[in-house]
Design a protein around this ligand. Structure first.
Ligand code: MCA
Ligand code: AMP
Length: 500
């Protein structure tokens, strides 16, 4: 396979060449050129080679980017960990993926769930002075490029029930999706991307860090998303912005009082939203204030990117554009196998996809992997859509009501219900998603408290879920009931919950 990161391979081979001096990564005031990135990541890769799977404590830092690049150079599958994961979620991911080592920024405190693992500290100093940890022996040669099908990343993603599953993403899928996006967006090494996305999911890590590196361009990460950081970077030469709809919603809210933000967005070559639907109202507010239209792309952890509005296409709000090059997309009827032929903007079907962008399997879950595909090798996304006459795809809903998208994070209702039921003050629990202008959907917990104890407060339950799972999975609203509505079989009828 040709190298995943040609510019990095070139800098490794020719550390004094012109390419080696090009900027690659910037986090706040710390940055690395391709030459510097090669100088830190290659010795680390040498140390990791043959390590089995490794975990990366994926804080939004330069160290995380270096760790992932080193693992990819070494051909060692990396499991990015949300540093805010609670004990139960982290315990599951670590026991399921069984990493041999954890890579973390020097000085970071790691939770006890990772205590048994060997630790490799990453210490990258300011620009121009990358520090190679002393115990790393330099590798004499550029590491050989691993096979295309070899697993590159294992990214955990929630389902409707049970704990998150690890999607095994091969190098082939990363290369295919990034090259398809390069075609759709005319994305080149001259682009400078800005974003503030987390680095333990596909959006922030694969698109947001590995994307620029594959193109030989650069990324400036904000550490955390703030409109001021977006305005600053777009004013100072960044050409593209990636974000989830919550981020664009916050931009839309800030625009009326922030002419500098409007001006900076007006300069951008491409504003891209994904991970959930961007409401048309936010599309329109941004277009009116900046003269630029946000374009949407549609993907999934398991499939990477499937469709996008193209840079040379018509930006149509409320759609996710057309299938990317190499991606086969079909809509199917309720039986999951009969293709919907209509391109009428009306006939709804489930989106199924096939192509080199797909994951290979769910780690340790052959049952779930089999269930995810049809006999013809189509991946069932669970997303419901229609197609316009010219092929533009409009997502209109989701098959599973028990999946919630909040802030762009996919969250399974079952996971949260199980965590809530572990609280001694909770007798019964149901979790739903309700529309939220900022988060898209907000998690609502419906609780029947244990009658022998005083009911736990909403804050206590939110803390409980945040501690066990992750803060973004905490309920934002808690409603107390005497009983949950159930059918004759005893199954909770969520649609019968007394919504306001
Ligand atoms: C609040 N916090 C708490 C608690 N309450 N911590 C512990 N216990 C509590 N009870 C903390 C949070 O950790 C956070 O800390 C801060 O308070 C604010 O929390 P929250 O309100 O949840 O966050 P927010 O500021 O509203 O975040 C909005 C956001 C975020 C920035 C848009 O939702 C986000 O980053 N979303 C991106 C999701 C994403 O990347 N999805 C991609 C997956 P602190 O402030 O320190 O953080 S989808 C994907 O990859 C596919 C392929 C695709 O298509 O893209
Ligand atoms: P995840 O598994 O966390 O990667 O989330 C994937 C899901 O996010 C998809 O199945 C869609 O439901 C949703 N999604 C991603 N991008 C978009 C988009 N542009 N519009 C609507 N939904 C989206």
């Amino acid at each position: 396979m040709s190298p995943l990161f040609p510019a990095l391979t070139e800098a490794l081979a020719d550390p004094d060449g012109p390419g080696a001096h090009r900027p690659a990564l910037r986090f706040g005031d710390r940055s690395l050129t391709y030459g510097e990135l090669a100088a830190v990541a290659a010795p680390l890769a040498g140390r990791l080679a043959g390590a089995g799977r490794i975990a990366v404590w994926a804080t939004p830092t330069l160290e995380t980017a270096v760790a992932v690049v080193a693992a990819l150079l070494a051909g060692v599958p990396a499991v990015p960990l949300n540093p805010k994961s609670g004990e139960s979620e982290l315990g599951h991911i670590v026991s399921d993926s069984a990493p041999t080592l954890v890579l973390a920024e020097a000085g970071d405190q790691l939770p006890s769930a990772l205590g048994e693992l060997g630790r490799v500290d990453i210490d990258v100093r300011a620009a121009g002075a990358p520090q190679v940890p002393e115990d790393l022996t330099p590798v004499p040669d550029v590491p050989e490029e691993p096979a295309p099908e070899s697993p590159a990343l294992i990214v955990y993603t929630s389902g409707t029930t049970g704990p998150p599953k690890g999607a095994v993403i091969p190098r082939r899928a990363i290369a295919a999706t990034l090259d398809a996006l390069a075609d759709a967006w005319a994305w080149t090494g001259d682009d400078v991307l800005v974003h503030g996305l987390p680095l333990f999911h596909v959006h922030g890590l694969i698109l947001g860090i590995l994307g620029p590196l594959r193109r030989g361009g650069s990324v400036r990460h904000l550490g955390r998303f703030e409109t001021a950081g977006v305005a600053r970077e777009l004013t100072e030469g960044a050409t593209m912005l990636f974000g989830v709809p919550t981020m664009y919603h916050r931009i839309a809210e800030a625009l009326p009082d922030d002419p500098a933000l409007a001006k900076s967005l007006g300069k951008a070559r491409l504003l891209v939203s994904g991970s959930a639907a961007l409401p048309v109202h936010d599309h329109e507010r941004i277009a009116a204030a900046t003269g630029r239209r946000v374009i949407e792309r549609y993907g999934m952890t398991e499939t990477l990117m499937n469709t996008s509005v193209r840079a040379d296409g018509e930006p149509r709000a409320g759609t996710v554009g057309v299938p990317l090059p190499g991606v086969e997309l079909r809509l199917t009827e309720d039986d999951g196998v009969t293709a919907v032929e209509a391109y009428d903007g009306e006939t709804v079907g489930e989106i199924q996809v096939r192509g080199p962008n797909l994951f290979t399997e769910y780690l340790n879950r052959p049952d779930a992997t089999v269930e995810a595909f049809t006999e013809g090798g189509w991946f069932r996304t669970g997303d419901m859509a229609v197609r316009d006459p010219d092929g533009y795809v409009r997502i209109v809903g989701r098959k599973a009501t028990d999946l919630i998208k909040s802030g762009g994070y996919k969250i399974g209702a079952g996971e949260i219900e199980n965590a809530l039921l572990e609280h001694p003050g909770v007798r019964e629990a149901a979790v739903t998603g309700e529309p939220d202008a900022d988060l898209g959907e907000r998690i609502v917990a419906w609780i029947v408290p244990d009658s022998d104890l005083s009911p736990p407060s909403a804050e206590e339950l939110a803390d409980h879920v945040a501690r066990r799972l992750a803060p973004h999975k905490r309920p934002r609203t808690v409603r107390y009931l005497d009983a949950l509505p159930r059918n004759d079989m005893g199954k909770i009828m969520k649609r019968a919950l007394p919504h306001d």
